[in-house]
Design a protein around this ligand. Sequence first.
Ligand SMILES: Cc1ncc(C[n+]2csc(CCOP(=O)(O)OP(=O)(O)O)c2C)c(N)n1
Ligand SMILES: [Mg+2]
Length: 204
Amino acid sequence: MVNKDLTVIVHTGDGDSYGEGGNHFIHNIRRNVDITHFVHDNQIYGLTKGQASPTTDLGHVTEVQIAGNINPPLNPVLLAIALGAGFVARAFSGDKEHLTSIMVEAIKHKGYSLVDILQPCVSFNKVNTFQWYSKRVYKLDESYDPTDKLKAMEKAMEWGDRIPIGMIYREEKPTYCDKIEFLREGPPLIDRPRRYTKDKGVFK
Ligand SMILES: Cc1ncc(C[n+]2csc(CCOP(=O)(O)OP(=O)(O)O)c2C)c(N)n1
Ligand SMILES: [Mg+2]
């Protein structure tokens, strides 16, 4: 968070990021902490054996949601754009080359970047299978402008028979470290004690 010299890559699940870690998701975006966040979104709590996660579709039957999931899913891409994220993309594990190029771009981006990666959970999600995703995903082409926020929000809301993958929203903005003069120079090492100047209200 405070070391601009590090390249930080976070790998998490949909449950971890949008459920248990939802608070961190919101505020890392708001602060624009310079991390790359890859969410392996299989629309299920996999490790704990298949309960509905925040991205599980409505009506999805699990061993806990026996009559079908009654809660509508959270839309992480739309939420990230609304929160002010400067890099929001969606990818599919079945298209390795496309996923790789998005991952590279996300790592290069200065500031928080989200890549929501659709990927099957072969053990505990028998609904959103490889075939289910393959049939629906389509790549955004050059005619799509990822810098138009309202258009990006519209694109982010596409979910169902067709699901867009690619760079959905992009905007350059100061990172958390950029906003603090002391951190712009480097990490807060032991031999670089922090000074606080009250008059300016900033760390120096
Ligand atoms: C704060 C907290 N609550 C609950 C757990 C238990 N837990 C471990 S993994 C997991 C589910 C993770 O699901 P997801 O993030 O979607 O990853 P997946 O297993 O599907 O890849 C849960 C609830 C935990 N580790 N930490
Ligand atoms: Mg999961």
